[in-house]
Design a protein around this ligand. Structure first.
Ligand SMILES: C[S@@+](CC[C@H](N)C(=O)[O-])C[C@H]1O[C@@H](n2cnc3c(N)ncnc32)[C@H](O)[C@@H]1O
Length: 277
């Protein structure tokens, strides 16, 4: 098997599709799918977008492109914590709304070196957290160990993450600008589906403002990052109850050069059965 064959086989199996079913969706023979998976042939380039859509993934992921992971692996290789250890303000805000008086389940998407995931676990939440960077995840595991808490850390791309349960809190800070604009609405819909009734989504995203100069932020492949439209995130949650909905402009020193960012932050609650806005 080669990398793309392995990925096709893994995704197809996760989705519970047979080779014939996948072949039917793509209008190819099941022998073609079998050959792709065992590495004896490759899918046509023109088929890749359709194949990625059928497997609920991206062409980049099919091709094994590491994307942002390579950059973050480098940053996280240093001994110090690149983003520091102070928990994000949103952690304190969600704790006020849903204090850990019960074993609530939290998912931290793009957890980096784990500062927020470990903090939330220390506070008593049951935390699952993942990131695309292997180095970040290893460092996050050490941070949890050092703080004597358990966090279920996983190395996975958000576009490939399979929900094995619903969560009371889905949290993500500073990550979703790595998701291509075309996938954002669908991703938010997935997060909403996998949130328990009266559970929360706690998200922030970088947004573009015409008066803020775009900073490089040290990412080598600029095409990976694309800020959201101002208010776009709030729009995807129009049917949830907003507890926090704000746009901030702040100074940042990441990458070593002073620059500014604009960020939309949202804490929204999923309504329970029979509840209306
Ligand atoms: C700005 S850092 C934020 C890290 C962490 N949330 C924090 O606030 O400390 C962005 C993180 O998103 C991760 N990331 C980027 N693309 C991702 C993807 N497709 N799936 C999962 N994580 C991703 C990066 O590896 C990086 O750790």
């Amino acid at each position: 098997m080669n990398k793309i064959g392995e990925t096709i086989n893994k995704k197809r199996t996760e989705l519970g599709l047979t080779q014939s079913q996948l072949a039917g969706i793509l209008n190819v023979s099941f022998q073609s799918v079998s050959k792709w998976e065992n590495g004896s042939t490759y899918p046509d380039i023109e088929k890749l977008p359709e194949l990625a859509a059928a497997l609920k993934t991206t062409v980049d992921a099919l091709l094994g492109y590491k994307g942002a992971a390579a950059d973050y692996d480098n940053r996280y290789a240093a001994k110090d914590y690149y983003w520091g250890l102070r928990p994000n303000r949103l952690c304190f805000e969600i704790m006020q709304l849903l204090p850990p008086v019960k074993p609530y389940h939290v998912l931290d998407i793009g957890c980096g070196e784990g500062k927020d995931a470990v903090f939330l676990a220390k506070c008593g939440y049951i935390v699952t957290a993942f990131d695309i960077s292997e180095t970040g995840i290893e460092k996050a595991k050490r941070l949890a160990e050092h703080n004597c808490v358990h966090v279920d850390f996983r190395k996975v791309d958000v576009m490939d993450f399979t929900f094995d349960r619903d969560y009371d809190i889905i949290f993500s800070s500073g990550v979703l600008h790595f998701i291509r604009p075309a996938y954002r609405e669908e991703l938010c819909a997935r997060l909403k589906t996998h949130t328990t009734p009266n559970g929360f989504n706690v998200l922030n995203v970088f947004v573009q403002k015409p008066f803020i100069v775009r900073a490089s932020d040290g990412i080598r492949d600029e095409s990976l990052r694309s800020p959201w439209r101002s208010g776009e995130l709030f729009g995807y949650y129009h049917d949830w109850l907003f507890h926090v909905c704000r746009e901030d402009i702040f100074d940042c020193m990441s990458g070593g050069t002073p620059h500014k960012h604009c960020m939309d932050s949202l804490i929204a609650e999923k309504l329970g059965a029979g509840e209306v806005l």
